[in-house]
Design a protein. Structure first.
Length: 204
DNA sequence: TACTAGATCGGCT
DNA sequence: GCCGATCTAGTAG
C-alpha cells in the first residue's frame, strides 16, 4: 500500500532543525521531482548529515563561497553540487541562515515514474534486475535518474517542482547508524543513516 | 565478490 | 596544479 499523498508535503519548519535530527527523520519520506506533467518519486532510504560549523567534511567548513552559498540559507531548499567532473549530488539544506548545514540524499527506492528514471539513467525503459537495483542507489545516480543538475541548485522545497512528502515514520529498530562514506575528514562522526535491509542502500 | 583505475572538470590553494 | 560528499568497467580470485 503506497502512502504517497501530495497533500502531505513537508513544511518549512521540518527543515529548520539540526541537520542530524532532520537526517534521521528523512528516512522513509518521499522525494518528488516534477518534470512538466510527469512526477518522479523515490522513498528516501539512505542519508548523511553535514554541519560546516565544525565538520571538516562539509563544503561549508571553509566559509561562504560561490559554490556553497546556497547551503548557508535557512533550511528548506535544495543544495546541488557538481563533483568528480561529471556527477551531481543533491542535499536538503537544514537549520537556520548562516549555519551551513545540509543532509545529503544518498539513496532512494524508486516509487513513481520508474520508466522515465530508467531512460534518464540507461537510455531505455526496460531494465535488467541489476540495472534496476542500480537506478537510484547512490547520490550521483539519484541526480541522473531525477534529472537534477546545476539549474536545480537553490530550489525551494515548499514549491511544486521538487518537494518532499511525509510518510509513516520508520521504526527506530530499522534505522542503522554508521560513519559517512567517501570522505577523508571528520570520518568518525556517526552521521550516516539508512533503512535496514533495503535493496537500494548504496553499501551495507 | 573485491579491488583498481580511469573518466573529467570546477573550485580552491 | 591538485583533488573531490562518484560511478563504471575491467581484472583477478
Amino acid at each position: 500500500m503506497l502512502h504517497l499523498d501530495f497533500n502531505k508535503k513537508l513544511p518549512k519548519e521540518f527543515y529548520l532543525r539540526y541537520t542530524s535530527d532532520v537526517a534521521g527523520d528523512l528516512l522513509g519520506k518521499y522525494f518528488v521531482r516534477r518534470i512538466g506533467k510527469n512526477f518522479l518519486a523515490g522513498k528516501i532510504v539512505e542519508v548523511e548529515a553535514y554541519d560546516g560549523s565544525f565538520d571538516e567534511a562539509a563544503h561549508t567548513f571553509i566559509g561562504k563561497t560561490k559554490r556553497n552559498e546556497v547551503m548557508f540559507n535557512d533550511g528548506g531548499i535544495l543544495y546541488v553540487y557538481f563533483t568528480y567532473g561529471m556527477h551531481f549530488c543533491c542535499n536538503v539544506v537544514t537549520g537556520k541562515k548562516d549555519e551551513g548545514q545540509a543532509v545529503l540524499i544518498r539513496a532512494v527506492e524508486p516509487i513513481l515514474g520508474v520508466e522515465i528514471m530508467a531512460k534518464h539513467r540507461f537510455g531505455k525503459s526496460n531494465l535488467t534486475q541489476n540495472e534496476f537495483r542500480n537506478l537510484t542507489n547512490g547520490p550521483g545516480k539519484i541526480c541522473q535518474a531525477l534529472r537534477i543538475r546545476r539549474k536545480e541548485n537553490g530550489t525551494d522545497l515548499t514549491g511544486d517542482e521538487i518537494f518532499l512528502v511525509d510518510n509513516n515514520k520508520i521504526h527506530s529498530k530499522k534505522i542503522i547508524t554508521t560513519t559517512r562514506i567517501g570522505i577523508k575528514k571528520s570520518v568518525d562522526l556517526p552521521w550516516r543513516f539508512y533503512i535496514k535491509d533495503n535493496l537500494f542502500v548504496s553499501q551495507k
